[in-house]
Design a protein around this ligand. Structure first.
Ligand SMILES: [Cu+2]
Length: 163
């Protein structure tokens, strides 16, 4: 392994570490973006969303929109009453509260016929599992949440008291 390879490995590892600890930014549909005939159900299936993460919807401005709707709006592709409509083409959606979130495209029949609909469940931040870069398989075990932040704060406070 050459030095340049090693550097790449180190940077990649640090990147994984940093992303597992801090809030994540999800590009909806990854490279495909927010588009026609993409399986957003499958895209979202293996992801765990937390309060503080963000969704980014990438598309050609004018071609699509991002409309936040309720469960009924999602099921029936009804954009009215919309909770919020985004049109910029690079719409950044901060996930500020826990619970189910529904997004559909408000253009033509993109939601009904072209599957431009995304539903996710956002979990509260206290449920964040212990940050471990190797534990991708255990990250789904949310039944045993660990409050590392709480422990860190507790120890920090104890240290302050001792000084
Ligand atoms: Cu559309």
């Amino acid at each position: 392994m050459t030095t340049s390879h090693l550097i790449i490995v180190v940077i990649a590892t640090l990147g994984v570490l940093a992303s597992s600890i801090s809030a994540k930014e999800y590009i909806v549909g990854d490279e495909s973006g927010w588009t026609l005939d993409f399986d957003y159900q499958t895209w979202a299936k293996d992801k765990v969303f937390f309060v503080g993460d963000t969704l980014v919807f990438n598309y050609a401005s004018g071609a699509h929109t991002v409309v936040k709707v309720n469960g009924t709006g999602f099921q029936q592709c009804i954009v009215s009453p919309a909770i919020g409509t985004l049109t910029s083409g690079r719409d950044v959606v901060p996930l500020q509260t826990a619970g189910r979130k529904w997004y559909i495209c408000g253009v033509g029949k993109h939601c009904e016929s072209k599957n431009m609909k995304l539903v996710i469940t956002v979990l509260p931040q206290t449920m964040v599992p212990a940050p471990s870069p190797m534990a991708t398989s255990t990250s789904n075990k949310l039944a045993t949440p660990t409050c590392y932040r709480f422990v860190a704060i507790l120890f920090g406070s104890l240290l302050l008291l001792l000084v």
